[in-house]
Write a protein of this length. Structure first.
Length: 415
DNA sequence: TCTGGGGTCCTAGGACCC
DNA sequence: TCTGGGGTCCTAGGACCC
């Protein structure tokens, strides 16, 4: 008798915001948004209360969304803030119009990582097969865990939920289903602090009525294309033949859409993986012009290279492909990269190769963002310091395919 | 004053090898 | 000389996710 596959998806409730509320319990019940980017002008108000225990700073002293200045987006909004239509990935300025009275706090990555490690290790002690899906999410394989089959997984989910709350005072929502795809959808059914169990037999009644966008992997573009074909719900997709979907979406996507709509997914829970790339990027407070802001850009560029090199070294990786990313003022993105003949984590090397990449993009327009990336990673110890340089195809760059800049401003070359 | 930062995976053309 | 196909690597862009 083989155990039925039971996979859980666990999602921490409003994670970044909940972590802040542990520090500032006086904000409970209020609309609070957590966002990157710059602080508001009156952060100083908070500083004036330095010395007071954090939990005694009056709620009225916190900076408000209406005073926010900058280009950030919202990372997390508390449930009271969501009532105003504010949500993740929304621009701060737009959110400020919807809920000007919301309190804004910056992301505290160190604190978030601390709680992330804590809730994940709590899970791993109970159910060892865990797949990391970012700071606030995991998949858990319940199949072989003692008691993992009881009530379709509800008993174990309850146990995990309680253990996490005891260890962190944070709540989460869990979905348990026959596979990752369904578990992911299930975890959204009863939020916050809920548990939802889905069986294969529930696909028609509970999954098919959902909009296509609820399938993890269908984003805005796919949603639009589906809508043009008059497919709005998952049932609409399921009602099409596999061949029809393949004709319209191509072999891979078509077949995947058909499987997803029928709730089929056999991806395993992957407990370990190696990073593929590491990058650093930054959006400027105002768009920078390659000519007028040349010095500023050069400094930022070097800083990004130093940071990405530091990340690689700290984590023990080296890479072979070095690239840049630009976002122009019209949001158009350009990337260039170059693969060199040896692995590196050296800031100067990265800076030099990235500088060459920069010469291959259009530098006549204002930039909104600049990024540096290192890919083709290997563990620092295991990678050969150099590889055979005469290997064909490796080594010297091919003729640049991008158009050369109109004017070579020698912008980022170090003097 | 719309629209962050850090990722993964896929596609598609060209170079180059056998 | 022409025809050819499989396979890998490199590069650029794009969709999507958290």
């Amino acid at each position: 008798m083989t155990a039925l596959r039971r996979i859980a998806h666990l999602d921490m409730d409003a994670f970044f915001a909940s972590v802040e509320l542990l520090r500032y319990p006086q904000l409970k019940g209020l609309p609070v948004v957590i966002g990157g980017g710059r602080r508001t002008a009156d952060d100083r108000v908070l500083q004036r209360h330095a010395g007071l225990p954090l939990s005694e700073i009056p709620a009225s002293a916190f900076p408000l969304l209406r005073d926010y200045v900058g280009r950030g987006v919202i990372t997390t909004a508390t449930y009271p803030a969501r009532q105003f239509g504010v949500g993740s990935a929304m621009g701060m300025m737009k959110a400020a119009k919807l809920c000007p009275q919301a309190i804004v706090l910056p992301v505290d990555f160190d604190e978030v990582r601390t709680y992330s490690r804590r809730f994940k290790s709590t899970i791993a002690e109970i159910a060892p097969v865990v797949e990391d899906r970012g700071v606030d999410e995991v998949y858990i394989d319940f199949t072989e865990v003692p008691g993992g089959q009881r009530e379709g997984g509800r008993a174990l989910a309850r146990l995990i939920q309680r253990a996490i709350f005891e260890n962190t005072a944070l709540t989460c929502s869990i979905g348990v289903a026959p596979n990752k795809l369904l578990a992911k959808m299930a975890s959204e059914f009863d939020k916050p602090n809920g548990i939802s169990i889905v069986y294969e037999a529930d696909v028609q009644t509970r999954i098919w009525p959902l909009p296509v966008r609820k399938i993890n992997g269908i984003g805005p573009k796919a949603e639009l294309k589906l809508a043009k074909l008059h497919l709005h719900t998952i049932a609409d997709i399921a009602s099409q033949s596999r061949d029809w979907l393949i004709d319209n979406f191509g072999m891979a996507t078509g077949a995947w859409l058909h499987d997803a709509a029928w709730g089929r997914d056999n991806r395993p829970v992957v407990t370990e993986s190696e990073p593929v790339s590491m990058s650093r990027e930054t959006t400027f407070e105002r768009d920078l012009h390659p000519v007028r802001d040349r010095a500023e850009l050069g400094a930022v560029f070097t800083d990004l290279c130093v940071k990405v090199a530091g990340d690689l070294q700290r984590k023990g990786y080296v890479g072979k492909t070095i690239g840049i990313k630009l976002r122009y003022d019209d949001f158009q993105i350009a990337t260039r990269d170059q693969t060199i003949d040896h692995f590196t984590a050296d800031a100067t090397t990265i800076r030099q190769i990235a500088g060459q990449c920069l010469k291959r993009v259009d530098l006549s327009r204002r930039l909104r963002l600049l990024g540096v990336r290192v890919g083709k990673l290997a563990k620092a110890g295991s990678a050969p310091a150099t590889q055979i340089a005469d290997q064909p195809g490796a080594g010297a760059p091919r003729a640049p395919s991008g158009s050369a800049p109109e004017v070579n401003l020698d912008l980022f070359e170090r003097s």
